[in-house]
Design a binder for this molecule. Structure first.
Ligand code: NAI
Ligand code: MG
Length: 349
């Protein structure tokens, strides 16, 4: 298999412009060590691009991205741009058109990082978020919004095909891990869409008798993320619930800036896209204080997806060494800058 990888880099806005180059420098370093080659092209798409060009990415943007092996992404959004646009015009566009129906969002303990939970028990689970349908299909409308009779409707869409494929992915992942899958629901109140979600997941579970499967309501799940996160292995959730749970996952690790993720097209018909779990954090942008660990972790997830497993493991070990040595950004109570973190990880490689 060829070990030359062609990576599209989309830093996006805000801190993306700082943490993506920091993460990419780690990629370049590990490529040298593991003797594979990466070529990349950087695209200045996002809300900043929208201010100049009236769109988040050019009309042929998806065709351009399609030619790459993977997309290394920061995040999009700026305070001066309508915040209904970044997801609709960039993130969801890529996720849906490239059938990245799995959002892989791991949560774990970082050595040397003080976390907000009292318990010291190690945390190690993966949120698998359905990534292209559910509550985020943006089907709906507003009726006479400026009148007294105004109303707004968003419809959720849950299809058999959509549930089956993400559920199969999650159960297969559980088989490779601690063989436990918890699926998140709220079928006691969303009695049409989420009873269907439960039913299909239960059907799929029959193919994986070696995996212990249970279901948990989203409200109870948020409490358990805080009270006993060590019980989770694979957490299968809908699009909206997964969006919320992954920020909570970041928080229990110690900071939003610690979370890496992959938008995965398991069939590899299209490139997958790797990004931190958080947004463009305009409140701290341009100061070299953003935490790049989640962005660097996303690089490791990308390499794993491309088949460079050893390289991915080496990055994770170097991350752990760096946090253990106290190379921590401000959000973690330290004073290391974004670039210093990247330099420490590279040194530890
Ligand atoms: P956010 O995740 O950007 O920031 C939330 C809080 O966490 C802020 O206080 C921020 O400073 C902090 N934070 C986030 N990442 C950090 C890091 N790496 N290091 C240190 N601190 C960090 O979420 P927010 O403020 O709700 O949204 C800001 C913009 O990002 C909005 O325009 C939103 O639409 C966009 N966004 C984009 C996403 C994407 O492109 N995938 C995902 C989420 C939000
Ligand atoms: Mg989110």
């Amino acid at each position: 298999m060829s070990r030359n990888y062609n990576i599209a880099i989309v830093p996006g806005d805000g801190i993306g412009k700082e943490i993506v180059p920091a993460g990419y420098s780690v990629l370049e370093a590990i490529a040298k060590i593991q003797k594979f080659s990466i070529r990349s092209e950087t695209f200045d798409w996002g809300a900043g691009y929208f201010l100049k060009n009236g769109m988040f990415l050019p009309k042929d943007g998806l065709d351009i991205l399609k030619k790459f092996d993977a997309v290394y992404f920061g995040s999009v959004g700026l305070p001066e741009v309508d915040d209904t646009l970044p997801a609709k015009d960039y993130t969801f566009k890529v996720r849906t058109n490239f059938e990245q129906y799995v959002n892989y969002r791991p949560v774990r303990t970082y050595p040397g990082v003080t976390r907000p939970l009292r318990s010291e028990k190690p945390i190690d689970f993966v949120i698998i978020r359905e990534n292209v349908e559910g509550e985020f299909v943006q089907m709906g409308g507003q009726y006479l919004p400026d009148s007294d009779a105004g109303m707004g409707i968003d419809t959720s869409v849950f299809t058999r095909k959509g549930i089956e494929r993400v559920a199969h992915y999650a159960f297969k992942l559980a088989q490779k891990r601690r063989k436990k899958l918890t699926h998140i629901t709220k079928s006691n109140t969303l009695i049409n869409s989420l009873t269907y979600w439960d039913r299909i997941i239960k059907e799929v579970s029959l193919h994986y008798p070696d995996v212990t499967h249970d279901q948990m309501y989203i409200d109870n799940c948020t409490a358990n993320f805080v009270l006993r996160p060590e019980v989770f292995d694979v957490v299968l959730t809908t699009n909206l619930f997964g969006d919320i749970l992954s920020d909570l996952g970041g928080a229990i690790m110690g900071s939003l800036g610690l979370g890496g993720s992959g938008n995965i097209n398991p069939e590899k018909d299209f490139p997958s896209m790797f990004e931190p779990i958080h947004g463009s954090a305009p409140d701290i942008a341009g100061k070299n204080i953003a935490n790049p660990y989640g962005q660097i972790w996303s690089a490791a997830l990308m390499l794993e997806h491309l088949g460079e497993t050893v390289a991915a493991e080496k990055i994770m070990t170097a991350i752990d060494k760096s946090t253990q040595q106290g190379v921590l950004t401000r959000d973690l109570g330290g004073n290391a800058g974004t670039l210093e973190v990247a330099a420490a990880v590279i040194k530890n490689l």
